[in-house]
Ligand binder design. Structure first.
Ligand code: PLP
Length: 388
């Protein structure tokens, strides 16, 4: 299985979460798309591209459980979230709610936009470690007021790996007339999705993480009630197309001259990843069982405790670093991370927990991982831990 991925074969790769990793098939397809574009650039852009994007949207819509007419392409989750935040019709004095488990780049975007527009950002302080998903809902609800207009929550949090109960959160927000953006950077591929049934206003996702398409293949799902009010990130020639497609979608298809090759790999990624285990459900089951077994192994071997019940995780689990590494600063974590890669050929993220109270490492499981990978990690930690 490992040999089917582009990854360097002698590195134990435990960080699918950051940037994904592609099958050879997917990269070959991307290269073929680039060649085809470069052979006849004018014909490619002026004749072939739009029908090809329409086909990709059909396949992606089937995969995400939504109408293709509600999907627009963006470079990545960060750009999609920036685009919605900048256009959101806030009034001065409104409030927006985010959580302390959010992705830092997206938190920066909400702070910057809200500062410009005179909007207060309230941060829901979700405990970590935590015991169950009700604590997530309660922390968010506590921040709602009659001034709250917008809530941004992760589907799967990057630093804590937690799957947020987004259906309950969306329903609760809507009861308070609050619009919801879900940061679904990790959702597609890691979790089964039925976006239309969620009732979400905006779901911004990446196909280059767990769906394993080429990098720079993001999308915005936008509920129909918002189609008339939002544009894409870049307004270009789509302005004068004779089309009934919503503007945010047309703008995404034509943000000026661009490299569409990553987006064009989405159907290949969906079918090639599916074929690895026969179905996407089987692949997800492989990943979640493997990460659960790895969590058992590492907690036992390193003497550390799990940070939340296993049902709250998908394919990524953070664990506290063992003593005396549990309170290192970022620079010290960086040097341990370098040692793990340079001396033990293990790629794994190490960072500080939300609120920076302890340090963690985050394991992930994808098709190419086996339990042996996590045994190697436990041995590496044991080798570099200072002896008592
Ligand atoms: C929760 C979350 N949101 C957003 C992003 C940003 O993704 P991208 O860099 O592809 O925009 C990430 C990246 O890891 C993430 O984990």
């Amino acid at each position: 299985m490992r040999a089917q991925f582009q990854l360097q074969q002698d590195v134990t790769f435990l960080n699918h979460g950051s940037y994904g990793a592609c099958l050879h098939d997917v990269t070959e397809h991307q290269i073929e798309m680039i060649r085809s574009l470069e052979r006849q650039p004018v014909k490619f852009f002026n004749k072939f591209l739009l029908p090809m994007l329409e086909d990709v949207r059909q396949v992606l819509g089937d995969f995400l459980g939504c109408s293709p007419s509600s999907l627009g392409f963006v470079r990545n989750a960060t750009s999609g979230i920036n685009s919605i935040l900048r256009q959101y019709p806030f009034d001065k004095g409104d409030e927006m709610v985010v959580t302390n488990h959010g992705y830092r780049a997206c938190a920066y975007a909400s702070s910057a936009v809200c500062k410009d527009k005179g909007v207060a950002v309230k941060v829901a302080e979700i405990p970590f470690p935590l015991e169950d998903h009700h604590q997530i809902i309660a922390s968010i609800q506590k921040c709602f007021s009659n001034k709250t207009k917008l809530l941004m929550v992760d589907h799967v949090s990057s630093p804590t790996g937690l799957i947020f109960p987004i259906k309950e959160i969306i329903d609760l927000a809507h009861e308070h007339q609050i619009t919801v953006i879900v940061d679904g950077a990790h959702g597609p591929g890691m979790l089964p999705l039925e976006l239309e049934g969620l009732g979400v206003d905006f779901y911004v996702g990446n196909c280059h993480k767990w769906l394993a398409a080429a990098k720079s293949s993001g999308f915005i799902f936008m509920d129909k009630r918002h189609h008339c009010h939002f544009r894409g990130e870049v307004i270009s020639h789509a302005q004068d197309w004779d089309s009934t497609a919503p503007f945010f979608q047309r703008d995404g298809d034509w943000p000026g001259t661009w490299d569409p090759s990553p987006v064009l790999t989405i159907p290949t990624a969906i079918s090639s990843m599916r074929s690895l285990f026969g179905s996407w459900d089987a692949l997800r089951e492989h990943n979640s069982s493997l990460v659960a077994a790895a969590t058992d192994l590492l907690t036992l071997q390193l003497g550390v405790s799990r940070l939340a019940p296993q049902y709250m995780f998908g394919s990524m689990v953070p664990l506290p670093l063992p003593l005396p590494f549990s309170s290192l600063d970022i620079a010290q974590l960086g040097s341990i991370k370098d040692r793990l890669l340079d001396e033990f050929m293990i790629e794994i993220p190490l960072y500080l927990s939300p609120n920076e109270s302890f340090s963690v490492f985050r394991i992930s499981a994808q098709a190419y991982n086996v339990l042996e990978d996590y045994k190697r990690l436990a041995e590496a930690f044991q080798a570099i831990l200072p002896k008592a």
